[in-house]
Design a protein around this ligand. Structure first.
Ligand code: GAR
Length: 228
């Protein structure tokens, strides 16, 4: 098993980054965050990184003439910090094959819906407006399509008739903070195998029962392990 040298990409508040930093600090996640990179100079995620003593970089899209150029520059910065695995954590940009080829099968993303439902930038609000009874979050490997790659873990939470983006989003976020570090730990333990669209998690626990989670009625599949 190797520790992950993580690059975390953020565009906003960075609460998922914080959960990764916290699980690394507690020892549950075998990872060192080497660089936090943002496309937004005022992203609070950058401040969280600074507070944790992690190097930061900001790359605004205006500074690069094309998506490929932008991705090449991101790769350069990440490689400069010896990053071997990338976690997109609220990073609101798609990446091109230039980026994916540099970190082959080592780019993960978290999305606040049960994919393939409600991809895009408003997953929580779209699900609430649609009137679904269950929503949740998905951690998946990234490919060149939006919110599309093979799924590693999903957590489902109840959605209520009076939910809006905020109320449903915060219920989902609570689970995001648990499943993302768990998925990264499986990667660190070399327990993930991609077979087409399927991700096999070696010795995965069966889906966690509601009693095994902190959110009433939440269902997590595969089940979470100790420390997550
Ligand atoms: C999270 O809910 C994440 O799932 C979502 O952005 C939020 C970032 O929150 N990502 C997407 O919608 C990607 N399509 P955070 O900055 O507090 O981690």
């Amino acid at each position: 098993m190797a520790r992950l040298n993580l690059g975390v990409l953020v565009s906003g508040g960075g609460s998922n980054l914080q959960s990764i930093l916290d699980k690394s600090a507690s020892g549950a996640l075998d990872a060192d965050v080497r660089l936090v990179l943002s496309n937004k100079p005022n992203a609070y995620g950058l401040e969280r990184a600074r507070l944790a003593g992690v190097p930061t970089a900001c790359l605004e899209h205006a500074s690069c003439p094309s998506r490929e150029e932008y991705d090449r520059e991101m790769v350069r910065l990440l490689e400069e910090h010896a990053v071997d695995t990338v976690a997109m954590a609220g990073f609101m940009r798609m990446v091109t094959p230039v980026f994916l080829d540099a970190f082959h099968s080592r780019v993960l993303n978290i999305h606040p819906s049960l994919l393939p439902s409600f991809p895009g930038v408003r997953g929580q609000g779209d699900a609430a407006a649609y009137g679904v009874r269950l929503s949740g979050c998905t951690v998946h490997f990234v490919d060149e399509h939006m919110d599309n790659g093979p799924i590693i873990i999903q957590a489902a939470v109840p959605a209520m008739a009076d939910d809006d983006t905020k109320t449903l989003g915060s219920r989902i976020l609570e689970m995001e903070h648990r499943v993302y570090p768990q998925a990264l730990q499986w990667l660190a333990e070399e327990r993930l195998t991609i077979q087409g669209r399927q991700v096999v998690v070696q010795e995965a626990r069966p889906a966690a029962s509601p009693a095994g989670t902190t959110v009433t009625g939440a269902l997590v599949n595969p089940g979470l392990e100790n420390g997550f």
